[in-house]
Design a protein around this ligand. Structure first.
Ligand SMILES: NC(=O)c1ccc[n+]([C@@H]2O[C@H](COP(=O)([O-])OP(=O)(O)OC[C@H]3O[C@@H](n4cnc5c(N)ncnc54)[C@H](O)[C@@H]3O)[C@@H](O)[C@H]2O)c1
Length: 319
């Protein structure tokens, strides 16, 4: 049984969501508002979209690295922050590690500094289970798995967790870091290269020709965005602290996803394979037993169902 409909163990006060115009963030904002929370969003709209932000939320178009962030905290006085804004493209992080660190580390520190000095009691942070463990020794990986990130993005996410723990230990801030697996679903940006599912789906619907990187036998733990939002909601209460994996525990190959999307879209594209991405992990899958046992969180949407919902969304976008 999932946590949906389990009642409101949330803050039901004012919550600041950074990255609230993005893929995961916009779904989260909708859900927070549905639960009666007031929501403030900081987003520079670099990959996020204004039209995705719930009309009931207050949007500040602003960079998380900006000095103006302080004014937002002073004016809005949120009790909780959910920090999702990030440079989240692994390849960009390898090409420009400085930019990645600027946004993901210094930007996060800017948020944390203003949070602790303006009465924020709890920060939830979007970390990455796909990136912080590196090549896994155990499948699926639990939170105790050693962390050897393979990319600057993984390093900056791990650093974010450590800074969060520092603020929790020294300033009494409450903290949760959620290590998401590969999240997919409606509103995911298919322009970038982060979401293989969004990219395949959009290309196939447009009659384009996707290219599968490498053999396509690389595996990922694909988790549907609504299930990810529920993991944030389940851990949002002030009493909850810690690091939690958020994944299905199921490994699916890129080829499997490709095949399902191809049949759902009716695409007649060729099955073309390109060069493997440098440094790409071969297998990635997370053990979310901790989250399941403590909060009854359980992914509710199967890959087939989630892909169907995703394809339907992108079909709707074409009209
Ligand atoms: N999608 C995944 O599979 C996945 C997996 C693991 C972790 N995450 C993490 O979850 C979070 C949300 O990811 P997403 O998939 O929704 O990506 P996204 O790109 O859709 O969302 C990120 C949002 O942050 C905003 N943003 C980026 N840089 C900013 C800055 N400097 N100042 C203000 N706003 C900025 C973007 O405009 C966007 O709206 C990120 O922290 C990402 O690292 C995502």
């Amino acid at each position: 049984m999932g946590v949906r409909g389990k009642g409101r163990q949330y803050m039901s006060k004012k919550v600041l969501v950074t990255g609230g115009a993005g893929f995961i963030g916009s779904h989260l904002v909708d859900r927070l508002i549905q639960e009666g929370n007031q929501v403030v969003v900081i987003d520079n709209l670099s990959t996020g979209k204004r039209k995705q932000v719930n009309k009931k939320a207050v949007l500040y178009k602003m960079d998380i690295r900006s000095k103006r962030v302080e004014r937002v905290f002073r004016k809005e006085r949120p009790v909780g922050v959910i920090h999702l804004a990030a440079q989240m493209n692994v390849r960009h992080s390898t090409e420009n590690p400085g930019f990645d660190a600027d946004v993901n580390i210094l930007g996060m520190l800017n948020i944390l500094e203003h949070a602790v000095h303006n009465g924020v009691r709890k920060v939830s942070f979007a970390s990455s289970g796909g990136a912080v463990y590196g090549e896994q020794e155990v499948y699926p990986a639990a939170e105790s798995h050693r962390t050897e990130p393979l990319s600057p993005y993984g390093i900056s996410k791990l650093a974010g967790e450590k800074y969060l723990a520092y603020y929790a230990n020294t300033m009494g801030l409450r903290m949760v870091a959620l290590r998401f697996a590969n999240v997919y679903g409606p509103r995911q940006d298919s322009e970038g290269e982060a979401g293989v599912i969004a990219i395949f789906t959009k290309l196939m619907l447009e009659g384009g020709q996707p290219i599968i990187n490498g053999t396509g036998k690389q595996t990922r733990d694909f988790v549907y965005v609504d299930d990810v939002v529920e993991s944030i909601m389940a851990t949002i209460g002030e009493d909850v602290q810690g690091i939690f994996n958020v994944g299905t525990g199921l490994e699916s190959t890129v080829n499997e996803c490709y095949g399902i999307i191809k049949s759902l879209t009716g695409s007649t594209c060729k099955d073309l394979y390109g060069a493997a991405k440098k440094g790409e992990q071969l297998r990635s899958v997370l053990n979310a037993t901790k989250l399941r046992e403590r909060f009854g969180w359980d992914p509710q949407v199967s890959l087939e169902e989630g892909l169907k919902l995703t394809v339907e969304y992108f079909q709707g976008q074409q009209k």
